[in-house]
Design a protein around this ligand. Structure first.
Ligand code: SAM
Length: 292
């Protein structure tokens, strides 16, 4: 008799068999609803061509549903206690590799070379530990590895910030940092009742898709991200006030800034939150040309 992991009864059985309780400090909220898992896998467009990277398999609820549809699933789990559990719950699947490690410490370039060199299509799918959502996403994006899509459960408020458009309250450096690499949309929101234990916050599934073209190629990425952070230091201040207070108020800096803003055709009286990513890129490139 075959029973799926993601039901309240089976999950309770597994936890009791191994005398486990969910660790809050590791962001452990297990999904006990196969419908939601089906929607997540569908949003990831997972097929037999897909190699899936999963972060935090827990007791294997999502991993199992992914393994049914994917060519291969490679999952990073930090919690020692869960390694023998996963060995047991996922024993029927031959296309799963569990890597016992902290995903924030993995050398992703070495991982890509070892595990993904033959992969046709790579999709990251995860019910993330909420306390480290942003560092995990940024680490995968900044590693420069090839990932076609990312479908991730996170706190709804973080999902809103990641997918926000200019001139909205949620728009900020996180929106730009992520959307510099990927197109972002909230796929759907998720009720608390699908988790065991239930989290205190609202959750949503975000879908990130690799950008096919970037409008402006950056000359200096470090300068771009520094500029973006500076522009949002005080949301209600003008671009000019924020930039001069971070980059410098001396005559030379002001002169360079004024020239760069003019070249990028951006009014210094605008607020940072009104600039789209391409405008930030144009401004960063102008500053780079002027050797700021
Ligand atoms: N995927 C399972 C599910 O949907 O039911 C569990 C998701 S639970 C929200 C998050 C998982 O991430 C837990 O299994 C936790 O142990 C794991 N985790 C937390 N921090 C981690 C880290 N730094 N590296 C790898 N896994 C981590």
């Amino acid at each position: 008799e075959y029973r799926e992991i993601a039901t309240p009864v089976r999950t309770a059985e597994i936890l009791s068999k191994y005398d486990l309780s969910a660790k809050k400090s590791l962001g452990q909220n297990f999904i006990v609803d196969t419908n939601i898992l089906g929607k997540i896998v569908k949003t990831g467009e997972v097929t037999k061509k897909t190699t899936v990277i999963e972060v935090g398999p827990g007791i294997g609820a999502l991993t199992e549903q992914l393994a049914k549809k994917a060519k291969k699933v490679i999952a990073f789990e930090i919690d020692d206690r869960l390694i023998p559990v996963l060995d047991d719950t996922l024993s029927a699947y031959k296309n799963i590799d569990i890597i016992h490690s902290d995903v924030l410490k993995v050398d992703l370039k070495a991982f890509e070379a070892e595990y993904l060199s033959e992969a046709e299509e790579v999709v990251l799918v995860a019910n993330l530990p909420y306390y480290i959502t942003t560092p995990i996403i940024m680490r995968f994006l900044e590693a420069g590895m090839h990932i076609d899509r990312m479908v991730m459960m996170m706190q709804k408020e973080v999902a809103s910030r990641i997918s926000a458009s200019p001139s909205t309250k949620a728009y900020g450096s996180l929106s730009i940092a992520v959307q510099y690499y990927m197109d972002a949309e909230i796929a759907f929101t998720v009720p608390k009742t699908v988790f065991m234990p239930q989290p205190n916050v609202e959750s949503a599934i975000i879908k990130l898709t690799k950008k096919s073209t970037r409008l402006t190629e950056l000359k200096d990425e470090t300068l771009f991200f520094r500029l973006v952070r500076s522009a949002f230091v005080q949301r209600r201040k003008t671009l000019w006030n924020n930039l001069t207070s971070v980059l410098g108020k001396d005559e030379h800096t002001k002169e360079v800034l004024a020239k760069a803003l003019e070249q990028a055709e951006i009014d210094p009286k605008r607020r940072g939150e009104t600039l789209n990513i391409d405008e930030f890129a144009l401004l960063a490139n102008a500053l780079s040309d002027l050797n700021l």
